[in-house]
Design a protein around this ligand. Structure first.
Ligand SMILES: CC(C)(COP(=O)(O)OP(=O)(O)OC[C@H]1O[C@@H](n2cnc3c(N)ncnc32)[C@H](O)[C@@H]1OP(=O)(O)O)[C@@H](O)C(=O)NCCC(=O)NCCS
Length: 156
């Protein structure tokens, strides 16, 4: 049975669940990230919640808080990103959530990137029409070690 997926604006009460999702060592390995500490996480997302330039959405699967999905500005482009709790993986939730976000978010083009090894995330993008522009080494940042990443674009 497929899950009913919906998105709604994120609220502060969601943040402890998102912190759990984004501290999960398996998810962190998949993304190839360095998890934020609790204080850094809550400080970052409290700012995002009141930032009118970010489309920040909670993902609901059968009414339960399953993860987050966002569109945001960085490096002169508009980007999308998403993260689900592990218990929700592999059931089509991210694919549908991205479809819902794309219906709400009118900015184009949209950019996305994923570690080349993150096959699930790459499939989520492809299923929603994003086109692979190529692979390259990402630059190391405080949040992300350098890795080979796949770069995607949604033109319209
Ligand atoms: C990446 C992530 C969002 C995928 O979400 P999901 O809801 O499990 O994805 P879906 O169920 O919609 O699956 C999308 C596709 O990936 C495939 N897939 C799912 N999990 C997979 C896995 N672990 N390995 C390989 N393929 C996988 C599915 O079979 C599906 O492929 P299909 O379209 O060919 O059938 C989720 O695993 C996650 O939140 N991971 C941690 C955070 C993350 O990686 N965020 C993205 C950073 S770029």
């Amino acid at each position: 049975m497929s899950l009913h997926v919906a998105i709604r604006p994120g609220v502060e009460a969601d943040l402890p669940t998102f912190f759990e999702h984004q501290s999960d060592p398996e998810a962190v390995r998949m993304v190839i990230a360095r998890p934020r500490t609790g204080p850094a996480f809550f400080e970052h997302w409290a700012k995002v919640l009141i930032d009118p330039a970010v489309t920040h959405r909670a993902i609901l699967a059968d009414g339960a808080l399953a993860g987050m999905i966002n569109a945001f500005d960085a490096e002169g482009h508009r980007w999308v990103g998403y993260w689900l709790g592990r218990q929700w993986w592999g059931r089509g939730v991210a694919t549908r959530a991205l479809g819902l976000l794309l219906a709400e978010e009118s900015a184009r083009p949209l950019h996305a990137r994923a570690a080349r090894s993150n096959v699930a995330s790459i499939r989520v993008l492809e299923r929603n029409g994003f086109v692979l522009r190529g692979y390259g080494m990402s630059e190391e940042t405080e949040r992300f070690p350098a890795c080979e990443e796949a770069r995607f674009l949604l033109e319209r």
